[in-house]
Write a protein that binds this ligand. Structure first.
Ligand code: PLP
Length: 399
């Protein structure tokens, strides 16, 4: 019989979003006539912006003619998109990247999981708790068993403290999913200095950077001095342009990043990632990349910003409704998520079932994002304005 990767045995039985989906399906089966409002889902509800849709239609037309057909593209993404990201996304932040430091992906999730390929198995990993589960789960699948969890609780304003032991790979996610916390430049600098002093690499998940509206909060880790020597930044068009189904993102691997093989040979991490992508990735689709490019056009930027504002308003209204009845809630600012303290110290899952049974509103149990998420649930601003308002009213009445 085939021998399997034992590391899978160390994963939680189910991925939290799968588990919530199963509970909701069960409830629907038992209560077929009840109308549920889904406030757990991190997926968008608004149609894609016009600029991106038009560009993707044109891209499909290109595929219908031999002279404009786009077959296999470059593994690392089309130059026109990489250059546009450097010019339109990073230059305005005062950060200069060459196009070949930007790698186009089919979304952030895969890269966040795959970046572990670059580092030795014995590396120690640090990750926030609670957090988007991919960093820890992917590390476990890769066989990394030294994982330091950094509790992010109301006591520390959901801002992680530096680990007491040395960490080699540090995953940071800001704006954070699920707690919605953000870091100031000074707070980020502490992590960058730690990484420089310890020879660590930070993998910075900026999937929600477009939601940052508070002035002085950096959108990119590279806005802070020293980051390009220690950080890889992973971004996505999913939450800014609604590309959750289209699939496109990008990962910045600066040419300043260096590490050592076990024989002492110094290596260029950017070149390693380039090599890895050429072997294991055949590029994001031409159509997705054309859509992503259009989302960065002048009209695309205006249209996507309006959508992000829409989701931010939903999240803000949701938080205000909860606070009006004395529920402790965080986020809804600089983030599409609202992180809610369960009433009366209920467990996250008890609260999930109560909200579903009594208000017909779903949420994501905080404990599914890590032990320190126990006693919280996550609500999202990604539903429509109308359904969010209805859900807020149901929750206000119930609580
Ligand atoms: N990072 C975080 C923090 C997320 O919440 C998500 C998706 O919800 C992702 C990454 C994945 O994004 P993508 O759709 O680009 O794979």
């Amino acid at each position: 019989m085939i021998k399997l990767n034992d590391n899978f045995e160390h994963l939680p039985q189910r991925y939290i979003f799968t588990e919530v989906g199963m509970e909701v399906a069960k409830f629907k089966k038992e209560n077929p006539d009840v109308e549920i409002i889904r406030m757990d889902v991190g997926d968008v509800s608004q149609p894609l912006c016009e600029a991106a849709v038009k560009a993707m239609h044109e891209a499909v037309d290109d595929l219908t003619r031999p002279d404009t057909l786009a077959g296999y593209g470059p593994e690392e993404g089309y130059k026109w998109l990489r250059e546009t990201i450097a010019r339109k996304v990073y230059s305005p932040l005062g950060v200069d990247f060459r196009a070949d430091e930007i790698f186009i992906s089919d979304g952030a999730a895969a890269d966040l999981g795959n970046l572990g390929n670059l580092f030795a198995k014995k590396c120690t990993v640090a990750a926030q708790d609670p957090v988007y589960p991919v960093y820890v789960d992917a590390s476990i699948i890769d066989g990394r068993n030294k994982i330091i969890l950094l509790p992010c609780t109301a006591q520390n304003n959901f801002v992680p403290e530096l680990p007491k032991e040395r960490a080699d790979i540090i995953y940071l996610c800001f704006p954070n999913n699920p707690t919605a916390s953000v870091l100031t430049a000074d707070q980020l600098k502490i992590w960058i200095d730690y990484a420089r002093d310890n020879g660590s690499i930070i993998i910075y998940d900026g999937a929600y950077e477009a939601y940052i509206r508070t002035s002085g909060v950096p959108r990119s880790i590279y806005e802070v001095e020293g980051a390009r020597e220690v950080a890889i930044e992973v971004r996505s068009f999913s939450k800014v342009a609604g590309f959750t189904g289209v699939r496109c993102g990008y990962t910045v691997v600066p040419s300043d990043l260096r590490g050592f093989y076990s024989d002492g040979e110094r290596a260029d991490i950017r070149a390693m990632w380039d090599r890895r992508q050429h072997t294991k990735f055949n590029g994001a689709s031409y159509i997705s990349q054309r859509g992503a490019l259009a989302s960065l056009s002048e009209e695309g930027i205006v249209q996507t910003r309006a959508q992000v504002d829409y989701y931010l308003r939903n999240a803000g209204n949701l938080r205000a409704a909860l606070e009006s009845v004395g529920i402790e809630a965080f986020g809804g600012v600089d983030s599409p998520y609202v992180w809610v303290k369960t009433p009366g110290n209920m467990t996250s899952w008890d609260c999930f079932h109560m909200l579903l049974d009594k208000a017909r509103v779903t949420c994501t149990p905080g404990s599914g994002f890590g032990k320190a998420g126990e006693g919280y649930v996550r609500l999202t601003g990604f539903n429509t304005k109308e359904l969010t308002a209805q859900a807020a009213e149901r929750l206000r009445k119930l609580l």
